[in-house]
Design a protein around this ligand. Structure first.
Ligand SMILES: Nc1ncnc2c1ncn2[C@@H]1O[C@H](COP(=O)(O)OP(=O)(O)OP(=O)(O)O)[C@@H](O)[C@H]1O
Ligand SMILES: [Mg+2]
Length: 176
């Protein structure tokens, strides 16, 4: 864990409760997360970790308890709502669309649209911007190369590591 940068938590929960019928998944949980802190939530299978994270990210509405963001009581009505308030979640369940390319998967639900009426009225997507941003993210993570089209996915799936390097370079040379 890292040292907290601030004295008051950025995200807090007090007395969170979530029940699924007779099963109590979260039973009065308290939670403090400080800015700059990396916090691990550890527990047995079925202990309620996912339910807690879902409650803290708008994916479920707790039955009781309070969530505070920067000290203010807040209610997340949806994951999108939480995202707009700065909470992003990578869920344990792999919610990927394998038939779609990596850039499309990265921007699912937050697609970049073309500027002007092409984007606002016709809702056209700015695919090159999404690919460029995806490439930046992959470069930052040190992932060597990927394909952006389903056909390329079949021919050269996500490539990393020494043995795949030459194949990866071929994908790169081909555009991705
Ligand atoms: N949608 C649901 N409907 C009914 N019961 C659920 C649901 N989601 C979770 N539960 C139950 O709530 C309890 C907590 O589950 P949860 O998935 O939050 O635990 P977890 O700590 O994330 O487990 P794991 O380590 O297996 O991921 C479990 O008993 C689980 O069976
Ligand atoms: Mg879980």
């Amino acid at each position: 864990m890292t040292e907290p940068a601030l004295k008051s938590p950025a995200l807090q929960a007090r007395g969170l409760v979530k029940r699924y019928g007779r099963v109590t998944a979260i039973d009065g949980a308290d939670f403090d997360l400080y800015a700059g802190e990396v916090l691990a939530v550890v527990g047995d299978n079925g202990a309620g970790k996912s339910s807690l994270i879902k409650a803290l990210s708008g994916a479920l509405i707790p039955d009781a308890g309070t969530i505070l963001l920067d000290g203010q009581v807040t209610h997340f009505h949806s994951p999108l709502d939480a995202r707009h308030k700065g909470i992003e979640t990578v869920h344990q369940t792999l919610a990927l669309a394998p038939a779609m390319d990596i850039a499309t998967n990265l921007f699912l639900g937050r697609e970049i649209r073309r500027t002007g009426p092409l984007g606002s009225t016709l809702r056209l997507l700015d695919r090159s911007a999404m690919r460029a941003r995806a490439q930046e993210q992959l470069d930052a993570l040190g992932i060597e190369t990927v394909s952006t089209s389903a056909s390329w996915s079949r021919r050269c799936p996500a490539v990393s590591g020494r043995r795949s390097r030459s194949r990866g370079r071929r994908c790169s040379a081909a555009g991705w």
